[in-house]
Design a binder for this molecule. Structure first.
Ligand code: MSP
Length: 511
């Protein structure tokens, strides 16, 4: 990571149909890190967008009887709207049909020609339009007379046409050296091993242009060819920073990218092709590619072609975006695949958000409002129970920054929700309501510590459930620029005398 600058991307989405919960998952995951680093003083650039060229899009447009660009305008807008519904904090939304992107792709192509890494020949082999990927004979099987990719399960077609090739085979050892030198380039480690084994098994030159359709960026000086959609799409990460103007502020500040968040199905493109293209063009590769698992429905990846889609916009309308964001991040272990269901969603909202965090905030805020005139004061007398809670919280928080630096969001969420659980337990055990007449100093102290815990938990949960936590932090009068992890270095989160504002119910229990 370059100093205090943090550049994070989602994959740019194929607008070849309506977005589903798998798309939402990649975006929310990236958004949480964008918010986390922003809250903690980094200059963040968070990019998302749409990947609009290639045969898949051309065919989707034909089905709707629309010119490809008109079709893309329509569906790209749906993804833009989704980013708002998901409460993404993206700084830009790039479309690969924009002028700025063409300039970047042309420049990268020319660099690869100049370096001698691209040559003209003929492609003969299998191609999946759905994955926009080439497959070898040994990656194909036959089912009901159809040829299918073992990797993705999508149907492949035989392609024979003139094509430019990228000399990927020449990059085998250089890539292996690169992975060795950059241990955390691919995370999680299981994915890194997968990629290394794949590269070790031998790389073939990659076809990087097509001549049998027209919807794409034309090869400079040879408009019979359009550039392979993955070479085109990956370049979006550069175009958004104004590449090829390498002196542009954005490029200087944010390249190389800190992390590309992607699903495991597109790992090969990001962890093999992308660094090879960049190294060949003399551009520094990104610092990391983090590959999350799939959301499954039954045993299968959720996708339009499989007809098992949960619509994220509908879920958000019913349950709210904080709840959907939290559930997806908590439930699906980020390295592996995870099943989701409405029943689990409801259970998760009820147990973690309504009964645990929501209830903690509600009970403490309303008790202070009704019994202390909305004001509490910390005393110097700290009890053993107070000390225990403070210590346990310290233990649970001390490694959280490190966990986040490796995208270990599951561990992070579990620790934070555990702090909320322990704080509820502390209140149950300490029973401040029994001290109203006998020991108001102790009662104040319990409530003050409870508020401090709520403040810490809300700061920690803010990147995940920004709406609810912002309400709590505003009711505690904590300014936006102070909603960070500086309490880990011993800084106070709330003043010793604190006046709180009213707080409405955050999460209703779903019956
Ligand atoms: N257009 C390419 C990305 C180009 S990036 C230079 C693409 N688009 S996609 O719309 O098909 O997928 C976008 C992202 O959503 C990918 O990271 C993919 O892994 C993710 N998901 C799509 N379905 C998914 C699930 N069912 N579960 C989790 N994520 C999955 O690929």
């Amino acid at each position: 990571m370059k100093s205090n600058n943090f550049y994070i991307t989602t994959p740019i989405y194929y607008p070849s149909g309506n977005p589903h919960i798998g798309h939402a998952y990649s975006s929310i995951f990236a958004d949480i890190f964008a918010r986390f680093y922003r809250n903690n003083g980094y200059n963040v650039f968070f990019l998302t967008g749409t990947d609009e060229h290639g045969l898949k899009i051309q065919r989707s447009a034909e089905k709707e009887n629309l010119a490809p660009l008109l079709y893309c305008n329509k569906i790209s807008k749906v993804f833009m709207d989704l980013s708002k519904q998901l409460n993404l904090s993206n700084d830009d939304f790039i479309r690969t049909t924009e002028k700025r992107h063409y300039a970047a792709v042309n420049s990268l192509w020319n660099k690869l020609i100049k370096s001698g890494d691209i040559y003209l020949s003929k492609y003969k082999g299998w191609y999946s339009v759905s994955d926009e990927a080439y497959y070898d004979e040994n990656e194909i099987f036959e089912k009901n007379g159809k040829k299918i990719s073992t990797f993705s399960g999508s149907t492949v077609e035989w392609v024979e046409e003139e094509s430019f090739f990228f000399k990927l085979s020449a990059w085998e050892n250089k890539l292996l050296n690169f992975y060795e030198k950059n241990e955390n380039f691919i995370l999680p480690t299981s994915r890194r091993n997968e990629v290394i084994n794949f590269v070790k098994s031998g790389l073939k030159d990659l076809s990087v242009s097509r001549t049998s359709f027209t919807w794409g960026i034309k090869v400079p000086n040879n408009d019979k060819h359009v550039i392979y959609v993955w070479l085109d799409a990956l370049t979006n990460y550069l175009s958004a920073l104004n590449y090829p103007d390498e002196n542009h502020d954005l490029f200087k500040k944010f390249w190389p990218a800190s992390v590309h968040i992607i699903g495991k199905d597109i790992l090969r493109f990001h962890a093999i092709y992308w660094p090879a293209f960049l190294l060949a063009a003399g551009i520094e590769p990104p610092s990391r590619v983090f590959s999350h698992g799939w959301i499954l429905s039954g045993a299968e990846k959720m996708s339009k072609s499989k007809g098992n889609i949960l619509n994220p916009a509908e879920l958000i309308n019913i349950y709210g975006n904080d709840a959907v964001r939290y559930y997806l991040m908590k439930e699906v272990s980020h390295g592996s695949d995870g099943n989701i269901s409405l029943k689990n969603l409801v259970n998760c909202i009820n147990s973690d958000l309504a009964n645990n965090y929501g209830n903690l905030c509600q009970r403490v805020f309303s008790f202070i409002k009704n019994n202390c005139n909305s004001k509490v004061t910390k005393s110097k007398n700290i009890s053993i129970k107070d000390k225990d809670l403070i210590k346990e919280t310290e233990n649970l928080t001390k490694n959280l920054k490190k966990e986040m630096d490796k995208q270990n969001l599951n561990t992070y969420i579990k620790s934070v929700i555990n702090i909320s659980f322990l704080t509820n337990k502390y209140i149950n055990d300490e029973e401040p309501w029994k001290l109203k007449k006998t020991d108001t100093e102790k009662m104040n102290n319990i409530l003050h510590l409870a508020l401090e815990q709520i403040a810490k938990i809300s700061i920690l949960l803010n990147p995940i459930i920004p709406n609810a936590t912002s309400k709590v932090l505003s009711s505690l009068n904590i300014k936006e620029n102070l909603r960070n992890l500086s309490f880990l270095d011993g800084n106070k989160v709330i003043p010793d005398d604190i006046v709180i504002n009213d707080l409405n119910i955050l999460f209703k229990k779903i019956i």
